[in-house]
Design a protein around this ligand. Structure first.
Ligand SMILES: Cc1cc2nc3c(=O)[nH]c(=O)nc-3n(C[C@H](O)[C@H](O)[C@H](O)COP(=O)(O)O)c2cc1C
Length: 195
């Protein structure tokens, strides 16, 4: 019997989402992907351009190749995105079996029209909608910024069907989390001025 999780309020989704870095490897089905993309395109979009485009990558071997390519291109700053103080250091990148996609079964790449000055902004707004929706569906997500350089290499764009007019902006892994995540802390909002 399929167990349908109880609905989550918007406040619960915002407060409860956290980046997930351990996945069962299970792939999302087409219905789940459609729900996520439908949520993504409800985001605000400058000049109503809706220039976002999506690439779905689920082929295991392709994800592994993309990860290897991205690892080669990572600079020190990007490497730090993968470090976890006390848990994982820079040595992780020399491990051939370390995937920057954390073995998630699905990578969704949100691409922007490179000629639209607000294209990237639209993509990030769509990304947050997608991640909150995924959390409400009890799926895990994580932005993988360190994949961006590799995803924008001309041969990889061609392989993934990203036209020259578009750029990969927001790579997001999605999958079934191994365990329930817990939200990370935030500083209180800093209000610079009230005038
Ligand atoms: C633009 C951007 C790029 C990111 N790139 C990575 C990444 O390459 N690898 C990774 O593990 N997490 C990445 N993250 C996730 C952040 O590390 C995470 O959002 C942050 O630590 C806050 O934790 P939380 O998402 O659990 O609240 C990225 C987040 C953003 C917004």
């Amino acid at each position: 019997m399929i167990r349908v999780p109880p609905p989550m309020t918007l406040d619960e989704a915002i407060a409860g989402r956290s980046s997930v870095r351990e996945y069962t490897g299970q792939r999302l089905d087409d219905a789940a992907i459609a729900m996520l993309l439908d949520a993504a395109v409800r985001a605000p979009t400058a000049m109503h351009a809706e220039s976002w485009r999506f690439v779905v990558v689920q082929d295991e071997a392709r994800l592994a190749r993309l990860s290897d390519r991205a690892k080669l291109l990572l600079d020190d700053r990007a490497r730090r995105l993968h470090e976890r103080p006390g848990r994982r250091g820079p040595e992780v990148f020399s491990k051939p079996d370390f995937s920057i996609f954390y073995n998630a079964g699905t990578l969704l790449v949100i691409c922007a029209d490179a000629g639209n000055p607000f294209g990237a902004a639209d993509c990030w707004l769509a990304a947050e909608n997608l991640m909150l929706k995924a959390h409400a569906m009890r799926l895990g997500t994580c932005v993988i910024g360190s994949a961006v350089s590799a995803l924008n290499e001309p041969d990889i764009k061609a392989e993934l069907g990203i036209p020259a007019s578009h750029a990969a902006v927001a790579p997001i892994i999605v999958g079934t989390p191994v365990h329930e995540g817990s939200p990370t802390a935030r500083r209180d909002p800093e209000v610079l001025a009230r005038r």
